[in-house]
Design a protein around this ligand. Structure first.
Ligand code: ATP
Ligand code: MG
Length: 270
């Protein structure tokens, strides 16, 4: 899953100084995809001893790339870098931003600023969930358009998504039942403890590592008092129920039962 190495010499870049043009190794390897501001942001995170070395790309989506990297204790970390904001992305995020007084002002920002706010929003959602006991990657640091978090996987190989695990026929019905209860429990904790709704929950945003589920991709999560929060919550539950009942084939409660149970704060619903 790692496409190539990006070796950035940390001893060199972590020194307290401005990078010069002749720091050309870094610029040459990364400049195809990173603009200069992003390169400088990576260097700043190295100076802050958050990232030691960027190793390689794990995933390149439309707006963000996720990298496998090393921290200063030589531990694996995941670095999510927001790179572009297409017109489509702007339109998409409006849906989550409108009605959320925390973020309404950002719609007028230019790309760099917008990406930075979006990365910070993902970091703070992640932190709120992590502190509430939801199983998400531990957020480590954020700077400009870059979010650094715990790596879910081993030796630079990321853990599979729930979707991939099912495609590989690696989920039996006992596991499926356990996973289903666990996801509903995590949705409950996101709602009641973190006071948030994920808003893009599906088998594509859940990873499975050492037999445990990790919920990822939380940038679009909204507060429970957002005007569309309950619509998003219902959709999240529907996606999960559809996956477990239609694709894996286990018996589940109906989405409306689960939704009512969660909103009313009834824990024993599954
Ligand atoms: N903490 C992590 N540890 C390991 N891999 C991760 C981590 N976070 C994300 N990934 C990998 O990167 C992929 C993309 O991450 P994420 O879903 O957060 O971004 P995205 O913007 O939705 O990208 P996409 O458009 O590809 O879905 C994930 O599907 C997963 O494979
Ligand atoms: Mg995703």
């Amino acid at each position: 899953m790692v496409s190539r190495d990006i070796d950035i010499d940390i001893e060199f870049y972590s020194r307290d100084r401005e990078p010069r043009r002749k720091d050309k190794d870094l610029f040459e390897t990364v400049e195809e995809v990173f603009d200069k501001a992003t390169v400088l942001a990576v260097i700043e995170l190295m100076r802050r001893r958050c990232i030691k070395e960027l190793k390689g790309v794990i995933s390149s989506g439309k707006e963000a790339r996720v990298y496998w990297a090393k921290g200063f204790d030589n531990e694996d970390i995941a670095v999510k870098i927001y790179l572009t904001s297409t017109a489509e992305f702007r339109k998409g995020i409006l849906k989550y931003i409108r009605g959320d007084p925390r973020y309404e002002w950002i719609t007028s920002l230019h790309t760099h600023k917008l990406m930075a706010v979006w990365a910070r929003k993902e970091y703070s959602n992640l932190k709120q969930m992590y502190d509430a006991g939801v199983r998400v990657p531990k957020p480590l640091c954020v700077y400009r358009n870059i979010l650094v978090m715990e790596f879910i996987g081993e030796n630079g190989v990321r853990a599979p998504l729930l979707k991939e695990l099912n495609d590989a026929k690696a989920i039996d019905s006992n596991m499926a039942e356990r996973f289903f209860i666990d996801i509903i429990d995590n949705i409950y904790k996101i709602y009641w403890n973190a006071k948030l709704v994920h808003g893009d929950l599906s088998e594509y945003n859940v990873m499975v590592y050492r037999d445990l589920l990790y919920i990822i991709d939380v940038s679009q999560a909204v507060k429970i008092d957002h005007p569309n929060a309950h619509e998003f919550l219902y959709r999240d539950i529907q996606n999960i129920v559809r996956f477990f009942s239609n694709e894996i084939g286990i018996k589940t409660p109906r989405p409306e039962e689960l939704f009512n149970g969660i909103v009313k704060g009834i824990r024993e619903i599954t």
